[in-house]
Write a protein that binds this ligand. Structure first.
Ligand SMILES: O=C(O)C1=C[C@@H](OP(=O)(O)O)[C@@H](O)[C@H](O)C1
Ligand SMILES: C=C(OP(=O)(O)O)C(=O)O
Length: 428
């Protein structure tokens, strides 16, 4: 495990940066490209560990996938020609791979065993197990298939109408993927709209989907065709440099080519409420995804209450927003975010422990946290706990702390942002 010594910065962050491709969109491009017949080319693919896990899963089912840097070429004979994997599939640390792949496997007439790392093995799979069982798939494992490792035998599935009790794009997407190959129609009715990348991308592959507000329907028996997908920059990765630019005195940071899909931009809405110096420009649309530029200048945030429907639109950004809140005027409350407890770590506990160790007055609640602003950050010896977003939050906190910070298990950051420290260096 690698340990990094992080020094406070003594000058402003300046410059423009294009962050790597969006993780959610990269996963979906590999999945749909593998289910489609013909050739799919993905550019600006995120070659972080989670997305490589998705590639390996489909290679294990006989799909030809080659990648170099951020360029991926998939040649597939389509869904019907996927083969039973000869060995168990390792899902590593990736919740998205687990839930979406389970949807695909539900409709495939063979047996698969799935397992993951220590963190993924603790994350709940019953949320996807239940609708897929209702569609007709056989899923079993520890605690009646609530946790990995899981054994799946898919095959003839039929369409259902499903109203998820958790606000999760992974569950919506898993059910829709099974629905594409089911008998009849599958409908997902969400209480709050979650990220809609699966829906947006499906049409590019020649699939058909109907979307009316929070109700999404797909017909079964669809045939998809290979295409080209250009992945926008990941706003969840950009979030770390956006906050860094706001926190380090004198800074001005611009992120180019970043995805601005409205189901993902809760962070930008919250930053406006915090009254920081932020400029967002939408430049174009590719494959139903809007793309643009975000510029921030160092400025003092105002404390806010963050909760309700904005939470799913910024769920992965909450750790870095908590750090920003520690420097705000006043006390910030984050609520309605119990889902944080089911991520790579319990992100309510890991954020609270980490920021407390740095000197922040922060308290965990059942569904969020209460963060006192104007904190003076001290040096500390900290651990990412194997959670990439906690690792990156620590690296940004170190920029403004009084003394050096030691980060243990820094390589966890490779899950979603292998070049994170190079990009940080470029700005500083
Ligand atoms: O669908 C996706 O790509 C994702 C959905 C979110 O998870 P949930 O669906 O569990 O909320 C998010 O936290 C994860 O990083 C990626
Ligand atoms: C929660 C995350 O990912 P996943 O659920 O795919 O592991 C994340 O990237 O913050």
């Amino acid at each position: 495990m690698s340990t990094k010594q992080l020094q406070p910065v003594n000058k402003a962050l300046q410059g423009r940066l294009a962050v790597p491709g969006d993780k959610s969109i990269s996963h979906r491009a590999v999945i749909l490209g593998s289910l489609a017949s013909g050739e799919t080319i993905i550019s600006n693919f995120l070659n972080g560990e989670d997305c490589l896990t998705t590639i390996a899963a489909f290679q294990a089912m006989g799909v030809q996938i080659e990648y170099e840097g951020d360029h991926v070429k998939i040649v597939s004979h389509g869904f019907k020609r996927l083969k039973e994997p000869k060995v168990p599939i390792d899902l590593g640390n990736s919740g998205t791979t687990a839930r979406l792949l389970l949807g695909v496997l539900a409709a495939l007439p063979f047996h698969t065993t799935l397992f993951g790392d220590q963190s993924l093995t603790k994350r709940p799979m019953d949320r996807i197990r239940d609708p897929l069982r209702q569609m007709g798939a056989s899923i079993d494992g520890r605690e009646n298939g609530k946790y990995l490792p899981l054994a799946v035998r898919g095959g003839r599935v039929k369409g259902i109408t499903f109203k998820p009790s958790v606000k999760s794009a992974q569950i919506k997407s898993g059910v829709l993927l099974a629905g594409l190959f089911a008998e009849g129609e599958t409908t997902v009715v969400e209480s709050t709209k979650t990220r809609d990348h699966t829906e947006n991308m499906l049409t590019a592959f020649g699939g058909s989907i109907s979307i009316a507000g929070n109700v999404v329907k797909v017909k079964g028996g669809q045939a998809l065709h290979g295409t080209s997908i250009q992945v926008p920059g990941d706003i969840s990765s950009a979030a770390f440099f956006i906050v860094a630019g706001l926190l380090v005195p004198g800074s001005e940071v611009t992120i180019n080519n970043v995805g601005l899909n409205q189901t993902r931009t809760g962070l930008l809405d919250v930053l406006e409420l915090m009254k920081v110096d932020l400029q967002v420009t939408e430049t174009n649309q590719i494959g139903g995804e809007s793309i643009g530029t975000v510029t921030v200048r160092h400025s003092k945030p105002e404390a806010v209450v963050i909760g309700g429907d904005v939470i799913p639109r910024m769920i992965d950004e909450i750790p870095i927003v908590a750090l920003l809140a520690s420097q705000a005027n006043g006390t910030t409350i984050i609520k309605d975010a119990e889902e944080l407890r089911y991520k790579e770590t319990d992100r309510i506990e890991s954020v609270v422990q980490t920021l407390s160790a740095l000197g922040v007055d922060i308290t965990a609640t059942a569904d969020g946290m209460i963060i006192k602003g104007n904190a003076k950050l001290t040096g500390a010896e900290l651990d990412s706990y194997g959670d990439h977003r906690i690792g990156m939050m620590i690296a940004i906190a170190a920029l403004i702390s009084d003394a050096p910070v030691t980060l243990k298990d820094a390589e966890a950051i490779n899950i979603s942002y292998p070049n994170f420290f190079d990009d940080l260096e470029q700005l500083s």
